[in-house]
Design a binder for this molecule. Structure first.
Ligand SMILES: [Zn+2]
Length: 130
């Protein structure tokens, strides 16, 4: 069911429009969208944050295992981007991964951080394939 987010320019309130089908939305759009709060026909489409296409990979939805793969790749710029995105999306609730990200952004090498992690949490996290 298509859902569209708008903001009313007349009353400033957010407007969520839900339609049974895309055809119904097209018909409503052709007829002119109207604010359900104040009746003004002055709505601005809001692009929902989650539907904005991100350049490159969507790190925010990565699992810890996938993040580790990026870490093992050793591309510090990609790793930095990954943690930036993950932080923005608040998807990174694993304190270990957060610590790793902070250390990488400070310029530590992925290899030395990984050795620390292995030492502190071995052996279960050493082999994600198990
Ligand atoms: Zn309004």
């Amino acid at each position: 069911m298509p859902v569209y987010e708008y903001r009313c320019n007349a009353c400033g309130r957010p407007v969520t429009l839900t339609y049974k089908s895309y055809a119904a939305y097209d018909a409503a759009l052709a007829a002119g969208l109207i604010c359900p709060h104040c009746g003004a026909a002055d709505l601005t489409r809001l692009i929902s944050r989650v539907t904005v296409a991100k350049p490159g990979r969507d790190y925010g939805s990565m699992s810890s295992g996938e993040m580790l793969n990026v870490l093992e790749g050793g591309d510090t710029r990609e790793i930095g981007r990954m943690f930036e995105q993950a932080g923005q999306d608040q998807a990174l609730d694993d304190p270990t991964m957060r610590e790793v990200g902070e250390r990488l952004l400070k310029g530590e090498s992925p290899g030395s951080i990984e050795r620390d992690l292995d030492a502190s949490s071995a052996p279960s996290s050493a082999s994600p394939a198990s």
